[in-house]
Design a protein around this ligand. Sequence first.
Ligand code: URA
Length: 233
Amino acid sequence: MRLDKYLCDALGATRKEATKIIKSGDVEIDGVVVKSGATKVKDDALVEWQGREIGKPGPRYIMLFKPDGYVCSHEDGFNHTAFVLLDEVKMENLHFAGRLDVDTTGLVLITDDGQWSHRITSPRHKCEKTYRVWLSDPIGEDYAEKLAQGIELRNEKEPTLPALMEVVDKDENELLLTIVEGKYHQVKRMFAALGNKVEHLHRERIGDIELDETLEPGEYRYLTQEEIDSIWN
Ligand code: URA
């Protein structure tokens, strides 16, 4: 695809705007400044504008390290929306593929591909999510078994589906919990039902997609093709 067309599609720019951006000398393909809109962009090329990667035209798939204090919705009125952390065009097309509470940190996936996010959020597909959990009180000896059997939550007809718990650090009350549902405040409610309290919650994994260790809180990157495809497995 020509570079000017690539920028139009990826940034939602007009042909005139794309030409101006390219002429400014701020656009690089694989690290080389390119000043002609006619330059061909190969499928695997890295296109950058002012040092920032421009996602490929087409659906966008983003992993964000959500910090504490941001909500996973467009508007809240009290807290910042996590969308302010994204430097993206056509923000109104993006949505969260599964939300985190305002005080939960970690992996959030953001996309404009509704079928892809449905695959993650639909209860039918039982997509695994792994959380690192810090509890205020010691981890009960019977927790793993009870979580594997299913927990009765208040105001829910069915018990939770089997969840896998692994103790990480007994002295710090730290554990990993993998669940296949996404009920409202699910992890916090599960431990409340066991008589404990979640002090901090951090999501590390959704399906086969793990939070990139090189990301700092508030940073994001585009998913690799392998990560995108893994959701369909
Ligand atoms: N469970 C919760 O309780 N909160 C989250 O943010 C995610 C899962």
